[in-house]
Ligand binder design. Structure first.
Ligand SMILES: *Cc1c(COP(=O)(O)O)cnc(C)c1O
Length: 522
């Protein structure tokens, strides 16, 4: 096999060899990219990082005869071996601090170091959730002030800070809707979700006990308003709509949708995970939203990935505010901050549906998000949205001649550019293109989502990428797309230069091997 395309090399990125097969090396290492076995395969279990002699004449232990009778197979490594093992593995990872991370809907943007500095201030970092409120005034003020910003930015009167991720925020919003319906003795059973909904939306509704029904998208990738209106009725508890939606498009009929849902007695949940596209430009409260979660870990830059950490505060309309969960922070007349922990029948927050978490939420995310907000200011946040949208449109218009762009005809996109695999030949798929992109030094974009586009590729560059970085990414993606359009068979076996080649992802997902077993013991 020959090199598929040698033009994509970038200086500074470790590469694996000069041909796909590569010259074999005696060590398995490829230049400074080091091959690394599993920690269990690295060493026996006879080494420890501690240098202490076996005690003489040890007093009889107090295990009551339950001593270990056989080795338990823990890896034995010295400290430097352990450090090297994990450092080598970390070099095989990809991170936003290494390069552009184009995962659509995930908003992988640069996290300013200032955020980290503030989050690590001992007063915040070491504050225990059970610290008496008199000693935690600063932390409570951060939570309160961030909540005030979120209410102002969204134009909504109430906020719950405790949900710990986007999906958790969705559950919080749906539980508030359910509590409001139950309070009026209304047993509505159905939540409507557009076809382009983020997967968490129908999952949340089903988890909360609702039946989920699809609403089709129209040819422009938006909710089909007529179909939605036709389905509304006394059994519909509400709708869950992502705006901007998962095709990266703004829903221009949102106000009409909200009015129709309200007229039919339902509630409007807006998935605001991608608020970064409209922050400072659009206030969801003006669009008739009743509840919306905001992913602090997307819009407000805090680092995330691999399942955490996240934070998904939920803003509420007047109608749902009484049902919001506890605890929440309240500012008293003397300026101090108070934690409302319990509902008091007949007076304070008596209708709250309960708690989402044991404590207040993700403090580290709150300090990072508030730092980001304060360092940008209101005008800076507006520019965040404008630049995120500008960058996505730059990607869309730079590639629409080589990649099928299903909704490019309907105008600009929002924060992400959506492509499909229609132009590929030779049996090549979106997966093959993504693997080729790994060889070019990029983490692939979000794939096969949204479901409404065949072989979807969702690219979200975010506002933190420079034009030079975007141009280099576009060059790389264009080159792989051209190969996919030409049916280049070497893409089928990409990646050629990664530490691991093409894996059987279906097997890996269906039958994951999560534990190592010692061949000597099997
Ligand atoms: C990221 C995202 C979610 C889920 O957020 P998590 O924090 O991962 O739970 C929900 N909806 C949309 C549109 C998203 O982009």
């Amino acid at each position: 096999m020959s090199a598929p395309n040698a033009s994509g090399w970038k200086p500074g990125i470790p590469t694996a060899g000069d041909t796909p097969a590569g010259p074999a090396t005696a060590t398995g290492n490829r230049a400074l990219m080091l091959e690394e076995p599993l920690i269990f395969e690295l060493a026996g279990n006879d080494t420890t990082g501690v240098d202490m002699p076996e005690p003489d004449n040890a007093a009889p232990n107090r295990l009551g005869g339950r001593e270990r009778s056989a080795p338990i197979g823990l890896p034995g490594l010295s400290e430097p071996e352990t450090v090297r093992h994990y450092t080598r593995l970390s070099r095989q990872n990809y991170a936003i601090d290494l390069g552009l991370f184009p995962l659509g809907s995930c908003t992988m943007k640069h996290n300013p170091r200032l955020n980290e500095k503030v989050a690590r201030m001992p007063g915040f970092l070491d504050c225990h959730p059970l610290t008496p409120t008199q000693s935690a005034q600063g932390a409570l003020e951060v939570i309160h002030q961030l909540g005030e910003w979120l209410k102002t930015l969204t134009g909504m009167p109430a906020v719950a800070m405790s949900p710990k991720a986007g999906a958790h925020g969705e559950l919080c919003g749906i539980l508030a809707i359910r509590a409001a319906l139950e309070a009026r003795g209304d047993a509505r059973k159905v939540i409507l979700c557009p076809e382009s909904a983020h997967g968490t939306n129908p999952a949340t509704a089903a988890f909360a006990g609702y039946e989920v029904e699809d609403i089709p998208a129209n040819a422009n990738g938006r909710v089909d308003l007529a179909a939605l209106e036709a389905r509304l009725g006394p059994d519909v508890a509400g709708v869950m709509i992502t705006n901007p939606n998962t095709c990266g498009l703004f829903e221009p009929d949102f106000r009409k949708i909200a009015d129709a849902v309200h007229a039919a007695g339902g509630f409007v949940y807006c998935d605001g995970a991608n608020f970064n596209a409209i922050v400072g430009r659009v206030r969801p409260g003006d669009l008739g939203v009743d509840a919306m979660h905001i992913n602090l870990h997307k819009t407000f830059s805090t680092p995330h990935g691999g399942g955490g950490p996240g934070s998904g505060p939920v803003v509420f309309s007047e109608a749902l505010a009484p049902y919001a969960p506890l605890p929440f922070v309240e500012q008293l007349g003397d300026g101090s901050f108070h934690l409302v922990e319990e509902e008091t029948a007949g007076e304070h927050h008596a209708k709250s549906f309960g708690r989402m978490t044991a404590f207040n939420g993700q403090m580290g995310m709150f300090t990072r998000a508030l730092t980001y907000i304060l360092s940008h200011g209101a005008d800076g946040l507006r520019q965040v949205a404008e630049d995120a949208v500008l960058n996505a449109n730059y990607v869309l218009r730079s590639l629409e001649d080589v990649l099928h762009a299903p909704f490019a005809h309907s105008g600009p996109c929002m924060h992400e550019a959506l492509f499909g695999d229609k132009n590929f030949t030779g049996g090549l798929s979106t997966l093959d293109l993504a693997k080729g992109l790994i060889d070019e030094g990029y983490h692939p974009m979000t794939m096969y989502f949204p479901l409404v586009v065949h072989g979807a590729m969702l690219v979200e560059p975010t506002e933190t990428e420079s034009k030079a970085a975007l141009d280099q990414f576009i060059m790389a993606l264009r080159s792989v797309a051209e190969r996919a359009n030409a049916g280049d068979p070497t893409l089928k076996t990409a990646p050629h230069f990664a530490p691991r080649r093409r894996l059987d992802e279906t097997q890996a997902a269906r039958k994951p091997l999560l534990a190592w077993s010692d061949p000597a013991l099997v």
